[in-house]
Write a protein that binds this ligand. Structure first.
Ligand code: C2E
Ligand code: CA
Ligand code: CA
Length: 652
């Protein structure tokens, strides 16, 4: 664009040039024209010269007017245009300025600028709200006015970097304000540059994210708490099973294979303590045992509570079994001291199974499984002891699980049936009862109840198995009654877990209803152990059962720890002397005296006594001589099938 100066020079030159040309043409031609018209008369010549002068002035004035009008008019228009443009741009700037000012002042985010010395030049109301100080009090002051001295120092350091040309964007800053409040900001900062590129301060925008941050922290805290709960047992505060598995997975994935021993500790008879003294007492005992374990093992030992009364302890770097033998000896000895809780001295023992990593197993799951098998062995060894894992335990455990799975199917596949063994009156030799004994034929092979009943009890399957036996037994008894067979009562074995189950009475009623069996046809054989768990409750339950018409006998009598005190309160009709006392009765004085005592006890309590497993005439004679009431054994009959039993009844 041409500048205004050069334009006016051009216009002036144009006017002068035109004047020059006109003047030149005038001088050159006007005298010749005057001469032509004067015809030599000097007076006329003077007059014409005079007119020529006037005419020149007239023409040049007119020309001057035309030219001036043209150029000056253009210049004026341009000038006024320029003025109005300037005004418009000024207005625009002013408008922009107000807009910026409005934005800055109404922004909830803090917008600020500081000079080279860190003094605030701009501090909007958003910034004021952030630190709770009115903006006009901040202008001219540094961050020392707004924040704790430590925070101000930190900000100063960042500002120094920015003054050196740096820029920060969405930088998270945590500061303490001058009033002592913890605040979190998102900050964007950069240098203020002049037109020549010189830094003259710092600009910044920041946002208060304290609430966001606090929420975030609350979530993190909640997560941590949740994580703690998911990994710890809340009663003992020990790591729980989840932690244990994670720990084991970590330890077993370590490439260096650091050896360690896994101790699987299961308390003996904890359930009984819980039932007798209550759960609060049981909980306290668990806490005490935890403390004892923590005192016994080195402080960094991993001790976890992996189940109700189960603890798993990891002992690192133990290749030497002797050290573990000593530790176990010490642990078991210590545990044998009573715990004093609520004025009661309570005794508890533990059975411990031990596996060694990596020699026994290489995975978490396998280590635990094998330790469980070893613990099971410790229980079988009579509890209150420990056992290292041995390969044969796995086979046994596998056998147990196979049987349990097959038994589940056996119930549905009708592989179970009842056999019957007669009970004989010693005087009359008449059949006074039949015991129903369960038989399981799987793939033409007979599996002994001595094998599968304990497994069924352990796995809980005994509830289904027991219901099948009760149903089948009652059905048979009702059927035989209809046929008019007289054999006394049908004795049905009821296991402890079945009897103590909350639904037992209901099941019994339902079966009686469904089979139309008169309870007076049935005798229930229970074991001493089912009474021991909770004698008071058992007396009440058995009273109800007896009132329904059932009779009750105690099976395997003499092997448990029946105490006379409650025996006399129980509604028992018959004591069955265990097979182990009958065996060798003719030449074992101890068995003789036990059998004599049991018979005398039965008589004294108004019950009858039956001897199981009588095989020989000598055994029979001894029992007869000592006033036994009845006999069950191979001497008379082995257990027989339903058909064989019916044949027997028909013969009699
Ligand atoms: P138990 O109730 O003590 O049953 C007596 C066991 O002794 C039966 O073994 C029987 O066959 C056996 N026996 C009877 N007389 C003689 C004899 O003269 N000599 C020898 N050596 N043994 C004799 P079985 O049928 O193998 O039952 C074993 C155990 O399995 C039973 O002992 C009982 O505890 C349990 N059982 C059997 N059937 C059932 C059932 O239906 N329910 C429950 N809960 N347990 C059952
Ligand atoms: Ca029995
Ligand atoms: Ca028995």
């Amino acid at each position: 664009m041409e500048s205004k100066d050069s334009q006016s020079v051009k216009s002036a030159l144009k006017i002068s040039a035109l004047y020059l040309i006109f003047g030149f043409v005038w001088i050159y031609f006007s005298d010749s024209v005057v001469e032509l018209f004067s015809s030599g008369n000097p007076h006329q010549l003077t007059l014409l010269q005079h007119y020529k002068g006037w005419f020149f002035i007239l023409i040049t004035t007119f020309l001057l007017f035309l030219l001036m009008h043209r150029f000056l008019h253009k210049g004026f228009i341009e000038y006024t245009q320029r003025i109005s443009e300037q005004k418009a741009s000024h207005d625009r700037l002013a408008q922009q300025d107000t807009l910026l000012r409005t934005i800055v002042n109404s922004s909830p985010d803090a917008i600020f600028a500081k000079d080279m010395e860190g003094r605030y030049m701009l501090f909007n109301s958003g910034a004021g709200e952030l630190v709770n100080i009115s903006p006009e009090n901040v202008i001219g002051h540094t961050d020392k006015l707004l924040f704790s001295s430590e925070a101000a120092k930190k900000i100063q350091e960042i500002d120094r970097l920015i003054l050196a040309g740096g820029v920060i964007q969405n930088h998270e800053e945590d500061v303490i304000t001058a009033s002592g409040k913890q605040k979190y900001f998102w900050v964007t900062k950069g240098p203020l540059l002049s037109e020549t590129g010189k830094t003259f301060g710092i600009f910044g925008i920041s946002r208060d994210i304290t609430t966001i941050k606090e929420n975030e922290q609350a979530i993190i805290k909640a997560k941590e708490h949740f994580d703690y709960m998911a990994h710890h047992d809340l009663l003992t505060e020990l790591p729980n099973r989840t932690s244990l598995i994670e720990k084991l997975q970590h330890q077993t994935s370590d490439i260096e294979n650091h050896p360690f021993a896994l101790l699987f500790l299961d308390l003996d008879g904890f359930k009984e303590i819980n039932d007798s003294y209550g759960h609060r007492f049981g909980d306290e005992l668990l806490v005490r045992i935890t403390q004892l374990l923590q005192e016994l093992f080195p402080p960094d030992t991993f001790i976890s509570r992996s189940g109700g009364d189960e603890f798993v302890i990891l002992l690192s770097c133990h290749k030497d079994k002797n050290i573990i033998h000593n530790t176990m000896f010490h642990l078991i000895n210590t545990l044998n001291n009573p715990f004093h809780i609520d004025e009661i001295d309570v005794y508890i023992t533990a059975s411990i199974g031990i596996t060694m990593y990596p020699s026994d197993a290489s995975s978490a799951e396998e280590l635990l499984q094998k330790a469980d098998a070893a613990m099971y062995n410790a229980k079988n060894m009579g509890r209150n002891t420990y056992s290292f894992y041995d390969l044969q335990f796995t086979e046994k455990a596998l056998h147990r699980t196979t049987i349990a799975t097959q038994l589940k199917k056996a119930i549905q596949n009708h592989e179970l049936e009842l056999y019957f063994q007669p009970q004989i009156d010693i005087q009359t030799e008449n059949i006074i009862g039949m015991e129903a004994l369960l038989r399981w034929t799987s793939f033409e092979e007979m599996i002994s109840p001595a094998v599968f009943i304990p497994i069924a009890e352990e796995s809980g399957l005994i509830l289904q198995v027991g219901e099948f036996v009760l149903m089948q037994g009652c059905k048979t008894a009702a059927q035989w009654a209809k046929k008019g067979f007289s054999y006394g009562r049908l004795a049905i074995n009821v296991s402890a877990r079945q009897l103590t189950h909350i639904d037992f009475l209901m099941t019994l009623d339902r079966i009686i209803q469904e089979t139309q069996c008169d309870p007076t046809f049935i005798e229930l054989e229970i074991t001493e152990s089912s009474i021991l768990e909770n004698p008071e409750q058992m007396i009440a339950l058995l009273d109800i059962i007896q009132a329904k018409g059932f009779s009750i006998s105690i099976d395997d009598f003499g092997t448990g720890y029946s105490s006379l005190s409650y025996l006399k309160n129980l509604p028992i009709d018959k004591l069955k002397i265990d097979i182990s006392f009958v065996r060798n009765i003719t030449h074992e004085a101890k068995n003789q005296s036990i059998v004599k005592t049991i018979i005398a006890l039965a008589k004294g309590l108004g019950m009858t006594a039956l001897a199981e497993g009588v095989e020989t005439f000598e055994e029979l004679n001894f029992l007869r001589a000592n006033n036994i009431d009845s006999i069950q054994g191979y001497y008379y009959y082995k257990p027989m099938s339903f058909e064989k039993a019916e044949e027997l009844f028909l013969k009699h």
